[in-house]
Ligand binder design. Sequence first.
Ligand code: SOE
Length: 392
Amino acid sequence: MTTPSPLRVGMVGYAFMGAAHSHAWRTAPRFFDLPLRPELTAVAGRSAASVEAAAAKMGWASVETDWQRLLERDDIDLIDICTPGDTHAEIAIAALSAGKHVLCEKPLANTVAEAEQMTAAAAAAARNGIFAMCGFTYRRTPALALARRMVAEGRLGTIRHVRAQYLQDWLSDANAPMTWRLDKSKSGSGALGDIGAHIVDAAQWILGRHITGVSALLETFVPDRPLGGDLVGLGGHGNTAAEGPRGTVTVDDAAIFTARFDGGPVGVFEATRMALGRKNAMRLEFNGTKGSLAFDFEDNNVLSYYDAAEGPDAGFRRIIVTEPEHPYVGNWWPTGHGLGYEHGFTHQVVDLVTALAAGQQPEPSFADALQVQRVLAAVEASAEASSQWHSV
Ligand code: SOE
């Protein structure tokens, strides 16, 4: 067997997402026969001591304290962007014009204008065989990939309803500290972009339909928070109560909206990081004319399916998505042994590397992610348009 050519990766950022991506780059070739062999060539971060410690822990061969250095290096083929949203556009556009492939964390950018520029840069690069992809990893959760397959097979008939929630609780405590995720200039938005973006992308991808309009409200329950916390630890998922001077929260704590999809389905969406007791409840439900599907990431190896053809005794049944025939699962453990959060990132590497080796556009493309960005912007615009709010 010939050894695959290397795909030499330079990663920017090394917190929560950097750790998840590092694990995926290392693990993917150990479980999947990849057409290219990922190499963890260099990681960039501003603090020399911290980036060196991260490189040693996560398995990167070298470090840079300026991400621009990654673009100058000719031993790097792909730039993996794991930094807050305010840096995505600059890094991605520069990387593409330097002839590097790009994997960029979601949401693609902080504004539609930035996302448009990134999409234009990606289109130009694609003409030269250089590709960009956005990291909506939940597409790679086996149960959700199976849901998409079942919808495409017509098992639900014509879809009428979409019910989508992404519920976490790590910001419930009003003294949980400020993080970059609560600063609009860094994160673009709050629960909306951080976790709402995932349910928008997943719902559209599973249905193969786009959201065409929304009616929304956004709420910020805790307008200021202690500045004393660790702004970076756990990628800004710090939830240990802190004291001292408080900074202003400039993003939404909760985003709630109704939506219409092309072709007829209607949807209800909710994203919050203040649903006490819900840890990572990324939930999707679809109701069609022939059946329904339901998923909750807190039980991520299960897809619930209701088949109306089973007659009066039909009930939701739990498909344990761990059979070798299920998407991605055949390369892992024996039936029933289950996968977790990190596997989505590993599958993302598998799909990305497979597309790059074939000279094909990986999905989701920047154009796909721009469309999600437009939905987020429409939610914000609708929430601001109080004239459309009817008081009771
Ligand atoms: C990354 O994909 C991500 O969206 C994080 O940014 C969220 O904070 C996390 O809770 C879910 O995953």
